[in-house]
Design a binder for this molecule. Structure first.
Ligand code: S3P
Length: 155
């Protein structure tokens, strides 16, 4: 059976949307970043600082591919960077949350996310532009709105 995966850049509202959808559809909900933190016993920020991004990406792929989560799963914004991850996501039902850049940036600019701390707005925008076609390639549904009731109707 396919699960519903929420994909999109940091700050696109994946975790919130996944929680609301899970409640409304009466399905279990998982947040891949939270699962990584549980597995390692520390925060994403600390994993990046102490072990580096490659270590984090390997954990992310391991959990995505082999955890057998069932229900609604929200993912980290970089999940589409790996070809292996994209191949897996294409076998599932993926919703790309794609609000306008200004909305995304205003939500993340003061956050402590490693990528936000280490990049300027122009650099983050470049990462976003690089990822856009990757999200698109995995998406069964693209959602530009922020009204989750509309999203539910579409699902
Ligand atoms: C990342 C996004 C984060 C988290 C990590 C890396 C990224 O998740 O996985 O900091 O590469 O875009 P959110 O999209 O939930 O912020």
């Amino acid at each position: 059976m396919k699960n519903i995966f929420l994909i999109g850049f940091m700050g696109s509202g994946k975790s919130y949307a996944a929680r609301v959808l899970a409640q409304k559809l009466n399905l279990p909900y998982f947040d891949l970043d939270v699962e990584i933190e549980k597995k390692v016993g520390t925060t994403i920020k600390s994993i990046f600082e102490k072990r580096g991004e490659v270590y984090f990406r390997n954990l992310e792929t391991e959990l995505l591919l082999y955890s057998n989560f069932s229900g609604i799963i929200s993912t980290g914004g970089g999940i589409v960077e790996s070809k292996q991850n994209r191949q897996f996501l294409k076998t599932q039902y993926c919703i790309w949350l794609a609000p306008p850049w200004q909305q995304i940036y205003s939500r993340i600019k003061k956050s402590q996310r490693p990528l936000v701390l280490n990049n300027t707005e122009a650099e983050l925008r470049a990462i976003y532009n690089h990822r856009k076609p990757l999200y698109e390639a995995c998406a069964d549904l693209v959602f530009y709105d922020s009204n989750l009731d509309k999203l539910l109707e579409q699902i």
